[in-house]
Write a new protein. Structure first.
Lengths: 53, 302
C-alpha cells in the first residue's frame, strides 16, 4: 500500500461520538432461511452456493 | 495485490490493478462464466449444473488477500433474466445473501467498508450480461460515503436529527415519489444528479442490511422489484443503471447513517445518454437538464 505524501494517518477517527437515538435500529435482523455451502476453487478462491431449504 | 496511491489534491485513494485489463470481455453466450456448467461443456465459474443464488471471489479483483475482497453475486442461473424479473420471494432471499456477505466481509480485519452494487447494461460498461451484482470490501472508506457520513454527522450535531430522515420528511407530499408502502419509499431526490436517479430508503431509521427486520425485507424486495419494472417499462427496453447501496461502515458505533440504495440510469431519453463531461468530471459540478418532479411523474406512470 503506497500512502504517499500527506496521506491521512487514520481515516475513520470519530472524535465526537453521538448518543444513540430512540428511533434507532431494529432489534433483530431477519433470521436466514437459505442454506449456505462454501466450495473452495482450485485456484484458492471460494464459491458459495445459497440454496433454498 | 493492488497498489493504493494517494491523490493528495482530492485526498482520496486511487486503486491501481493492472491485471484487470485482461478481464473477460463480452464472451459469447455459450461461454458465459456466470452460467451453471452444462454437461459436456467447459466449466464455468460455477461447476454445478444449476444453482439458486451463487457468490464467488472475483477472478480479476481490485482488492484481495489482506486488502479486502471483491465478490460476484449471481442472482439467478437464467442468463437472459434480470434482477427486476425475479420474484419478490427470490429478491427477499437475495437480500438475505447481501446481508450475509455484509456480515462476513465486515469481520475481515482490514475492511473499512462493504459496498454492494450492480452495474447493468453495456452503456454502463458491463462486460458480462448475465444478471449479477458485485460486492467490494474496501480497505478504506470510499470518498462518496466519507462525504455522506461527514454530512450526516454534522447535521445530527447541529440539529439533533438524522439528515436522511429529514430528507424523507421532505417527500411526504409525494410529488417526487415513484412508489412506496408503509415501510419503504422510492423517490427522485430534489438534488438528483441524473434525470432518472432514484433513491430507495426505509422510512424508519436503519443503518444497513444488518438492521432490517422481516417487514423491512418484504417491503424492500417489493419496492425494489417495482422500481426496476418501472425502469424497464419507461422506454420499453431494459434501462441501464448503477445500483449503489449506502450502508453504515462496519463497526461504526454511531447510529447516524440512514441506509438507502441509489440508482443512476445514464439515460436522459430513450436513445440519448447523459455523459459525465467537463463540468461533472473536471469540476465535480453536475448539471441536470431535468426536474426531479417531472421525472418522478414519468416513472410513476410507467
Amino acid at each position: 500500500m503506497s500512502r504517499g505524501a500527506a496521506a491521512p494517518a487514520e481515516q475513520s477517527a470519530i472524535p465526537h461520538p453521538i448518543p444513540s437515538r430512540k428511533t434507532g435500529r431494529a432489534k433483530t435482523s431477519t433470521p436466514g432461511r437459505l442454506k449456505k455451502r462454501v466450495v473452495p476453487k482450485p485456484d484458492g478462491r471460494y464459491l458459495i452456493y445459497y440454496e433454498t431449504p | 495485490m493492488s497498489e493504493l496511491r494517494w491523490h493528495p489534491l482530492l485526498e482520496e485513494w486511487v486503486t491501481v490493478a493492472p491485471w484487470r485489463q485482461d478481464r473477460t470481455y463480452h464472451p459469447p453466450e455459450d461461454h458465459c462464466p456466470l452460467c451453471p456448467t452444462r454437461p459436456g461443456h467447459p466449466e464455468t465459474e460455477i461447476p454445478e449444473p444449476d444453482y439458486y443464488i451463487a457468490v464467488f471471489e472475483n477472478r480479476f479483483p481490485s482488492f484481495t488477500g489482506e486488502q479486502g475482497r471483491c465478490e460476484v453475486v449471481c442472482y439467478t442461473p437464467d442468463h437472459d433474466s434480470s434482477l427486476g424479473e425475479q420474484s419478490v420471494e427470490h429478491i427477499r432471499d437475495l437480500i438475505e445473501v447481501w446481508r450475509d456477505r455484509t456480515s462476513e466481509l465486515s469481520r475481515l480485519p482490514n475492511v473499512r467498508y462493504v459496498y454492494i452494487f450492480e452495474n447493468r447494461g453495456e452503456e454502463i460498461g458491463v462486460t458480462l450480461s448475465h444478471p449479477h451484482g458485485q460486492i467490494y470490501a474496501y480497505p478504506f472508506l470510499p470518498p462518496v460515503l466519507k462525504r455522506e457520513l461527514r454530512a450526516e454527522a454534522r447535521y445530527i450535531r447541529e440539529h439533533g436529527r438524522c439528515l436522511y430522515c429529514d430528507v424523507l420528511q421532505g417527500e411526504l407530499e409525494g410529488e417526487r415519489t415513484v412508489l412506496s408502502d408503509e415501510n419503504w419509499i422510492a423517490f427522485v431526490p430534489p438534488f438528483a444528479r441524473w434525470p432518472y436517479e432514484v433513491h430507495l430508503a426505509p422510512r424508519r431509521h436503519r443503518g444497513g442490511l444488518l438492521d432490517l427486520d422481516r417487514d423491512d425485507d418484504e417491503s424492500f424486495a417489493r419496492i425494489l422489484k417495482g422500481l426496476l419494472q418501472k425502469y424497464d417499462r419507461l422506454f420499453k427496453r431494459p434501462l441501464p443503471y448503477v445500483m449503489a447501496m449506502h450502508q453504515t461502515p462496519p463497526g461504526r458505533a454511531r447510529n447516524d447513517h440512514h441506509f438507502h440504495v441509489e440508482f443512476y440510469p445514464p439515460n436522459r431519453t430513450r436513445d440519448k445518454l447523459k455523459y459525465l463531461a467537463g463540468s461533472e468530471l473536471g469540476a465535480g459540478a453536475f448539471i441536470v437538464d431535468a426536474r426531479a418532479e417531472d421525472k418522478a411523474a414519468e416513472l410513476r406512470e410507467a
